[in-house]
Design a protein around this ligand. Structure first.
Ligand SMILES: Cc1cc2nc3c(=O)[nH]c(=O)nc-3n(C[C@H](O)[C@H](O)[C@H](O)COP(=O)(O)OP(=O)(O)OC[C@H]3O[C@@H](n4cnc5c(N)ncnc54)[C@H](O)[C@@H]3O)c2cc1C
Length: 385
């Protein structure tokens, strides 16, 4: 028998960037919100730790004091340039216009949660609560933990539970599709030589297309070093990601020299990336999917934090409007998908084209973004997706 059920206007499952951004964007809504996460914070999240300018810009609108805290935080790197090396050739640079950082997710996510709590008086947070049950009723939706027999109901459930989302599996019957899913690993290294201040590095090798090796400095002479590829190719080519990471470092003369004094801090760890090259249902009666749970990671770069934050913020508008008219049906919640498509639809499409072409030609990573600014080419390419 189910224990007593507390009711909220909104339940957000997952306190990563998507879930906390949704809570931040709802700060003036006066809606009663429950945010739950299976972990205690601060908690680690396997990631490259690169927070793109769009994330910082969007968060600044809702929590400027959060960005001030990041600015004054010592262990981070302000990023202005990314150097891209293709097959060890002379790199070309991408210059970032907006304020971007590399900062450990252990820190960043805890700061986000802290500011979401600080700015939203109608927010209740429960950590150490793993959702392993979801029940749809006529006018509400329930989530719970079977073992503790704790259940909560809401008018709207926001699934923000990441790339291997339990809720996406249960609500929209989502299965992992290896053509639209990547796997990546990362480790922290200290004392890597040749790291330039304010610069991240991406190394692309023909052998590992589409995918890349990265070195992202996170401050204090430490770098987040990682490697990721499309899951389909990992299994087809029987690639062992951990071995590949160490092989890339040891077999590449330049990298080998640079890692000569380097020391690995902790373990090499991996996780999946649900890419936005796949279109999935993002809503239904009484629920919305945001962030990785909604498969929104940029397929060409693996940047998922920006779209997680964007989707969390955009979902808040639909949530508020649905409460104004007390209608939580899929017809109303569909507006979230419409708004999100307007904002990031074109960019995801361009990135999907680059991902598909990238399998064959490394240099498309460099030239396609320029070509894709031409509308006729974009429309032509759409036919092949
Ligand atoms: C190796 C790697 C490198 C990456 N590098 C970058 C990068 O440099 N820059 C970038 O922008 N993106 C990067 N990404 C992608 C990025 O990590 C994600 O896109 C981003 O974390 C998505 O945020 P989210 O809030 O949707 O999900 P998450 O950050 O995964 O948060 C989900 C939250 O839900 C909680 N949760 C999960 N299941 C449950 C449950 N059943 N009950 C309760 N709580 C639950 C988790 O504990 C977690 O706190 C990388 C990903 C990987 C794997």
């Amino acid at each position: 028998m189910m224990g007593s059920v507390g009711h909220f206007d909104v339940i957000i499952v997952g306190a990563g960037p998507a879930g906390t951004s949704c809570a931040l964007a709802l700060k003036d809504s006066k809606l009663n919100i429950l945010l739950v996460d299976k972990e205690e914070f601060p908690r680690d999240k396997i990631c490259g730790d690169a927070i793109a300018g769009r994330s910082i810009k969007n968060l600044y609108k809702y929590a400027p004091e959060l960005i001030d805290e990041i600015r004054s935080f010592e262990m981070k790197e302000l990023i202005s340039t990314t150097r891209i090396f293709i097959n060890n050739k002379k790199p070309f640079n991408i210059y970032w216009k907006n304020e971007s950082y590399c900062i450990k997710r252990y820190v960043f996510d805890a700061l986000l949660l802290k500011h979401a709590i600080k700015s939203n008086r109608t927010l209740t947070v429960k950590t150490n609560f793993k959702v392993d049950d979801v029940i749809k009723e006529v006018s509400k939706i329930l989530v719970g933990n079977k073992k503790s027999n704790n259940y909560y109901s809401a008018n709207i459930l926001v699934a923000a539970d990441g790339s291997q989302s339990f809720l996406a599996k249960r609500l929209i019957n989502l299965k992992i599709d290896h053509s639209n899913f990547s796997a990546a690993i990362r480790a922290y290294y200290s004392n890597v030589d040749g790291i330039m201040p304010n610069q991240t590095e991406i190394h692309i090798y023909k052998k590992h297309m589409p995918g890349y090796f990265w070195i992202f400095p996170v401050g204090n002479n430490t770098a987040n070093v990682g490697f990721g590829m499309l899951s389909k190719d990992i299994s087809k080519r029987r690639i062992n990601l951990k071995q590949s990471l160490t092989q890339i470092i040891s077999q590449n003369r330049q990298l080998n020299r640079r890692f000569h004094r380097a020391k690995i801090e902790g373990n090499i760890e991996g996780f999946g990336l649900a890419l936005g090259s796949r279109k999935i249902e993002l809503y239904g009666t009484n629920f919305l999917l945001v962030g990785d749970a909604a498969s929104l990671i940029d397929p060409k770069s693996g940047d998922g934090i920006s779209n997680a934050i964007e989707s969390g913020i955009i979902s808040a508008t639909t949530i508020v409007n649905a409460h104004k008219i007390n209608n939580f049906s899929e017809e109303i919640l569909k507006n979230y998908k419409i708004d999100l498509d307007k904002k990031i639809g074109k960019e995801l499409l361009t990135s999907t084209i680059i991902l598909r072409l990238g399998t064959y030609l490394p240099f498309v990573f460099a030239i396609i973004p320029i070509l894709m600014r031409r509308k006729w080419l974009l429309n032509f390419a759409k036919r092949f997706l």
